[in-house]
Design a protein around this ligand. Structure first.
Ligand code: DC
Length: 223
């Protein structure tokens, strides 16, 4: 059976996950959030003392990571990704995790492990994957590729509203700094930097609603 891969890459808080989820639902594909995987590894590193006094204990983390894996939960109506058998939620979306994740995502052994896991996890059927390197590295032959961009202030505002709604005590300036720092770290790292694949469709989501961007993406896929 022919399966389809839709890659949705782009900068932080451009709407990638909301749009990818909607696209997956509309097409009856599996949604795979690869940022969740980098966040889960960051959470693992922070909570198991592989980060000490602001230094990542790389060798120890590499050994421990090789014994971890991601899988799909077998819940009847929604597929959820598990890390070592456990589902994670808001604990992966705090500002602390967001501040560490780009550093964790720069490590070659982390990327190698997660790219492998992503290829394994996508074998169960058609997928919409959101991330930074899906169209360039994980699936360079993806059937459809989108690259989302948006003004950093608008992205920071979206993130700020999201965290405030969850009751996190955050400052807008802190969020804006994190968005700008992550853009820089993600696009200048040595391994698999964030960049638009040549054949990706670029969409600037700054002044469009989710609905409008969703319609653009859906019609590109259905064309
Ligand atoms: O999509 P997100 O904001 O949850 O991703 C968190 C971080 O993970 C992002 O700043 C960079 C990293 N990441 C990556 O390097 N490659 C991916 N495919 C997905 C995320």
């Amino acid at each position: 059976m022919k399966t389809t891969v839709i890659a949705v890459d782009g900068f932080a808080s451009t709407g990638k996950s909301t749009l990818s989820k909607r696209l997956a639902k509309a097409l009856d594909f599996t949604y795979m959030d690869t940022g969740y995987m980098y966040r889960a590894v960051s959470y693992f590193a922070l909570t198991t003392d592989f980060i000490q006094e602001d230094v990542i204990q790389e060798q120890a983390l590499e050994i421990a990571l090789s014994e971890t894996s991601f899988s799909w939960s077998t819940n009847a109506d929604s597929k959820q990704m598990l890390f070592n058998g456990k589902a994670y939620g808001d604990e992966l979306r705090t500002l602390e995790i967001s501040s560490w994740v780009s550093r964790i995502a720069q490590l070659g052994f982390v990327r190698e492990h997660l790219v492998n896991q992503q290829r394994i996890l996508s074998q169960l059927g058609s997928v919409v994957m959101d991330g930074r390197d899906i169209g360039t590295v994980v699936f360079p032959n993806a059937d459809f590729k989108f690259f989302l961009i948006a003004d950093p202030k608008v992205r920071a505002q979206r993130r700020f509203d999201e965290l405030q709604a969850k009751g996190e005590d955050v400052l807008f300036e802190e969020i804006l700094k994190n968005v700008i720092d992550r853009d820089h770290q993600d696009s200048t790292r040595a391994i698999s930097p964030l960049r638009k694949a040549e054949d990706a469709v670029e969409i600037d989501t700054t002044s469009f609603s989710v609905e409008e961007v969703f319609e653009q993406m859906l019609s590109a896929v259905k064309a």
